[in-house]
Design a protein around this ligand. Structure first.
Ligand code: SAH
Ligand code: SF4
Length: 395
């Protein structure tokens, strides 16, 4: 028997699909979940569990999370400070080629205001995210903002950066100024699939993405990556390879969520081949749960895209293994313009509205909120300890 993710009936080029066999004897999750180490076949079998059987997987992930990182969710206030982008990723609503996007850039005052908001709310960390720009002006500006945010928070606010591929020197400069975590999704760890969802040119190179991830690690960032789940042409084998890639690369943090088609992007053409949204969401939950089991001490973010499909999507992810949520604290007037995908949640609400309901929902999911704590990846500390770099524990 063979299985793939979407429906390929709309494709003329059927060779692009990688089919794979499913070992029927592996369908019982209990025997797989009792193993110490999961191999690729195990992971594929878990990814293909139906809703009923996946409850066992989720229960195991909840247990592993509770023992390894505890039942605590950490907040990172997300500031989407600009949607200008030099890239043209085929899936993304704010790609350079989308002429319908109204471009914006927050001024320093608004960014610092949002950072102050996070600090006052005891979030302990923020994420600065934008499209990918590599001009000197942009690099200097980020550097200056990092320093100012450190200043306004008496060095206490943790800063995660997520502004795409940059040179080693730029990453180093921002690190030296106080950025200490970086999120750069690999999008897909399979080069052929990566190439299918990006334009074919040097500005969208898989090798450059890998090199950037290596550089971040070398410099000393807590390094985060991730993938989109439910992409056109994607199989469960690709996704299993993604999980194995995270383990092999020894990442500290992962943020991954469902791919959501955007009508103003080239990949929209393939919308009829995708898994239905609910199944994409379920697959994303399984990815998170398996990742928690194979990498118990990393930080896993419940991506905002989960919430675009299910209002409780992020909280369910928290129950199934994630331990980080990034409440959007971008000033509301600009939120509607930062549409990576459509149906993006909370675009009309103020930061306050989002947070008060989030708190209750996280408690319902069984976690408390790690207010005032950086909630750094324990995995990172283990990695540093093993390298003899430092000995203190994660806070
Ligand atoms: N420009 C930076 C950060 C902003 S994009 C970067 O690319 O790293 C952040 C993430 O949004 C991307 O890594 C991608 O995985 C996700 N994204 C973009 N378009 C999406 C879509 N249509 N559906 C789901 N996630 C999407
Ligand atoms: Fe730009 Fe990031 Fe969107 Fe790619 S995913 S187009 S780099 S904002």
């Amino acid at each position: 028997m063979y299985k793939k993710l979407g429906d390929d009936s709309h494709f003329s080029d059927k060779n692009i699909f990688i089919y794979f066999g499913i070992n029927q004897t592996m369908k019982n999750p209990d025997s797989i979940l009792s193993k110490n180490t999961l191999d690729k076949d195990d992971i594929i079998a878990l990814l293909e569990l139906d809703e009923k059987d996946s409850l066992k997987l989720f229960a195991k992930a909840t247990e592993v999370k509770s023992k390894s990182v505890g039942k605590i969710t950490y907040f990172r206030g997300l500031i989407e400070f600009s949607n200008h982008c030099s890239k043209n990723c085929l899936y993304c609503g704010i790609r350079a080629g989308n002429e319908h996007t109204h471009r914006y850039e927050l001024d320093d005052e608004s960014i610092l205001y949002a950072a102050q908001f996070a600090y006052d709310r005891n979030y302990a960390s923020i994420v600065l995210q934008s499209g990918e720009i590599s001009s000197t002006r942009f690099i200097d500006r980020i550097d200056n903002l990092i320093k100012k945010i450190k200043e306004l928070s008496d060095n206490k606010l943790g800063i995660t950066l997520s502004v795409g591929e940059q040179s080693y020197e730029t990453y180093k400069r921002w690190f030296d100024s106080g950025g200490h975590r970086y999120l750069l999704r690999v999008e897909s760890s399979t080069p052929e699939l990566y190439n299918r969802i990006h334009p074919q040119n040097a500005h969208h190179s898989f090798d450059v993405r890998m090199e950037a991830l290596q550089n971040l690690k070398k410099i000393g960032y807590q390094t985060g990556t991730g993938v989109m789940i439910g992409l056109p042409w994607q199989t469960t084998e690709h996704l299993a390879n993604d999980l194995l890639f995270f383990r092999e690369f020894d990442v500290d943090m992962v943020g991954m969520g469902p791919f959501i088609e955007h009508s103003e992007t080239p990949l929209y053409e393939y919308r009829n081949t995708l898994l239905p949204l609910k199944q994409r969401l379920h697959l994303a939950f399984k990815m998170i749960a398996i990742l928690r089991i194979i990498m118990p001490d990393i930080n896993i973010a419940a991506a905002t895209a989960l919430q675009a499909i299910d209002p409780m999507g992020r909280e369910k992810a928290i129950r199934y293994g994630a331990n980080v949520i990034m409440p959007n604290i971008t000033p509301t007037t600009n939120r509607k313009n930062y549409q990576l995908y459509e149906n993006k949640p909370c675009i009309d609400e103020g930061a306050d509205d989002c947070v008060s309901c989030l708190e209750k929902r996280i408690e319902m999911a069984g976690d408390s909120i790690g207010y005032g704590k950086w909630g750094d990846s324990r995995h990172f500390y283990e990695r540093m300890k093993n390298a003899g770099i430092f000995t203190s524990e994660a806070e």
